[in-house]
Design a protein around this ligand. Structure first.
Ligand code: ZN
Length: 286
């Protein structure tokens, strides 16, 4: 699986050019090669919206444009949280994350640095997940094929990436809400624009309730996301960091889902709640 190329080498094998150079001067379009493994590449769609370079066979195994190689590196650096089933299949093992955290919490490992170790586990997990996600979404020529190659092991079941990683639009949140009811396990990553709120004396991160249309019965089912800090010092830090603005973040946590009707109105809230124990459960996007 090849990663999209932004730059290539000209036939002199020394000059690096990008699509804009090629668009300006079509004489450069001759015997182009990969900047890294030097296999031959061509300039595609010069007259259309998305001109790019394409290699017609796979980049060599250790080339930085070989997607499987990139994914393999992510797996190797994750210390067992992401592992490779076969060359083109990867598992993110959330059960292992939960087990490691549980062992540290119960003091089984007797580590003096248990708290620090837990932070590292969350950090490794979320950073591996987001790096894989980046590879899936923007880097691959065959993104869909690749996303099929990543599965999540949670609650002793293996589920699809799409049943684990959710973004904030109403459809996805609705699916996230329904997922728990199916008892597929309850650890998710939820990405969105978060706000700090105080609800009944507790500091929370919340997502703005999305706009939804009423169903045929006239009722609206509004996904409502609220994650509560369990550590007052962490809550204070995040509150200071975000202030009263919104901040895009991905949060890794166990969720609970329950429906609550609003008295005398045509609304139901699809509550998605969870707890934040540790700053490393939150990854802020730039
Ligand atoms: Zn290459």
């Amino acid at each position: 699986m090849n990663v999209k190329m932004k730059k290539v080498l000209l036939k002199d094998r020394q000059t690096v050019v990008d699509v804009y150079d090629l668009l300006k001067n079509d004489e450069l379009n001759d015997s182009l090669v990969c900047t890294d493994c030097k296999i031959s590449v061509t300039f595609v769609n010069p007259s259309k919206k998305s001109p790019h370079f394409r290699a017609h066979k796979n980049h060599r195994d250790n080339c930085s444009y070989n997607g499987w190689g990139i994914a393999e590196n992510i797996a190797n650096e994750s210390e067992g949280i992401v592992y490779q089933l076969s060359k083109e299949e990867f598992i993110v093992d959330i059960d292992k994350v939960q087990l490691l955290v549980k062992e540290y919490k119960e003091g089984k490992t007797r580590s003096k640095n248990a708290e620090k170790e837990i932070r590292q586990i969350y950090f490794r997990t979320i950073s591996s997940i987001l790096r894989l996600k980046k590879v899936i979404e923007s880097e691959f020529e065959g993104g869909k094929i690749f996303s099929n190659a990543i599965k999540i092991k949670v609650g002793n079941k293996v589920i699809a990436w799409n049943d684990f990683y959710y973004e904030e639009d109403a459809k996805r949140l609705n699916k996230c809400f329904g997922r728990d009811a199916k008892h597929v396990g309850d650890t998710v990553c939820l990405e969105g624009e978060y706000l700090v709120n105080e609800i009944r004396g507790e500091i929370c991160l919340t997502l703005k309730d999305p706009w939804v249309e009423a169903k045929k019965d006239g009722y609206k089912y509004i996904p409502s996301v609220r994650f509560t800090f369990q550590d007052p010092a962490l809550a204070a830090n995040i509150k200071e960091l975000i202030g009263d603005k919104k901040k895009r973040a991905t949060i890794l946590l166990d969720i609970e889902c329950y429906l609550s009707p609003l008295q005398k109105s045509l609304y139901y809230y699809q509550n998605i709640t969870g707890n934040i124990y540790n700053s490393k459960q939150i990854h802020f996007h730039n």
